[in-house]
Write a protein that binds this ligand. Structure first.
Ligand SMILES: [Mg+2]
Length: 211
């Protein structure tokens, strides 16, 4: 049995617009300024608490918690429709299913956000054997907890982690899993290389050479 863990945002799904709209509406409701999609593109991938600290640096913990909650509510309430599947995502999921891979998502989104974003992007949940969100573990990426939880579920260490950010690479390293970095997110090849993933690919279709 081989197991692969996929990151969600900017790996399987382009969710920048969906997240930006949901965060902006939450920020605006506290009189805070909107962020551009370009800004958000560079900030996704990190733990949510860290992200919200960047979006609302001067707000109290209570307001920060509320922004997180509102973002989730607005995303599920309609903005999830802005999510789009990334190139070759369906193709590679079908390919891995045929090869009998177990497929998991390990994401710093909540499990419910994973559901709605997959739905918005038109990717069926049936491709996945397991979904692990940030609310399923104590510590999200760059900690290895999400990947370790997948290992616990299957009673075998995952074979590969696929992700677009330095947080995915760091988590994969700590979990001692082979890492495939993909340059469909904010981080360019040169920057990803510094974190020493095992492979770097330009899009998911290239996974066929490795998996
Ligand atoms: Mg990502």
């Amino acid at each position: 049995m081989k197991i692969v863990c996929f990151d969600l945002d900017n790996t399987l799904v382009d969710s920048v617009k969906a997240h930006t709209k949901a965060y902006n509406r939450a920020l605006n409701s506290f009189g805070l300024e909107s962020k551009t999609e370009k800004y958000m593109f560079g900030k996704l991938g990190r733990p949510k608490e860290e992200l919200i600290k960047l979006l609302a640096p001067k707000s109290s913990k209570k307001v920060k918690d509320e922004i997180k909650k509102l973002h989730d509510r607005y995303l599920a309430g309609g903005y999830f429709k802005y999510a789009k599947k990334l190139k070759s995502s369906l193709e590679i999921l079908k390919y891995l299913k045929k090869k009998k891979y177990k497929i998991a998502i390990t994401s710093n989104c909540s499990r419910n956000n994973i559901y709605v974003l997959l739905n918005g992007a038109g990717i069926s949940k049936r491709y996945f054997d397991l979904l692990i969100g940030n609310n399923d573990v104590k510590r999200s990426k760059p900690y290895p907890d999400e990947i370790l939880k997948v290992g616990k579920f299957f009673k075998k260490k995952p074979d590969f982690v696929v992700g677009d950010s330095i947080y995915d690479i760091t988590a994969g390293k700590k979990a001692k899993v082979k890492i495939i970095a993909v340059t469909t997110g904010y981080y360019k090849e040169k920057e990803l290389k510094r974190y020493k993933p095992d492979y770097i690919v330009k899009n998911l279709n290239e996974l066929k050479r490795i998996l």
